[in-house]
Ligand binder design. Sequence first.
Ligand SMILES: [Cu+2]
Length: 162
Amino acid sequence: MFNQIKKLTLALAVLTIFNNTFAMEHHNAKHTATNIVINDPWIRSAPPNAPALGLFMQINNNSNKDIKLLSVNTSGYKRIELHRTIAHSGMMKMVKQDFMPIPAQGILHLKPGSWHVMLIGPKRVPRMGEKVIISLKFDNGTTQVVEALVKKGGMMKNHLMH
Ligand SMILES: [Cu+2]
């Protein structure tokens, strides 16, 4: 009888520990998971006299809430704008946006001919292979800093200069 109680107590203790561990892991996963993950940030290389440069990346939103990219910052430019290239009366046109929407559990692809960040009026156009530190501000109160690699753009299709 005494042995049985001991076994039962032990079993309960193990169960409690297991439950607590599980709860803690669950709790940690919820709070340490990075909601926004940025992949392959890059700047399209341009001639030294280029008036503007395109910045591209993929922004993953791993949260259950829509997130907006509000602004982008880096030093050495007159101004930085959020752009989207859209078809307008049969012409491709870049339109300034107030924000970029990243859907819950979704990805926003910034790429030539689509969503992009416009780095306007460079003091100095960065060379191919350079890494440029960029900070991105989101409406969930977070700021992310990434290093964008300057490289050759693939397709120049639909590209319009300012
Ligand atoms: Cu643009």
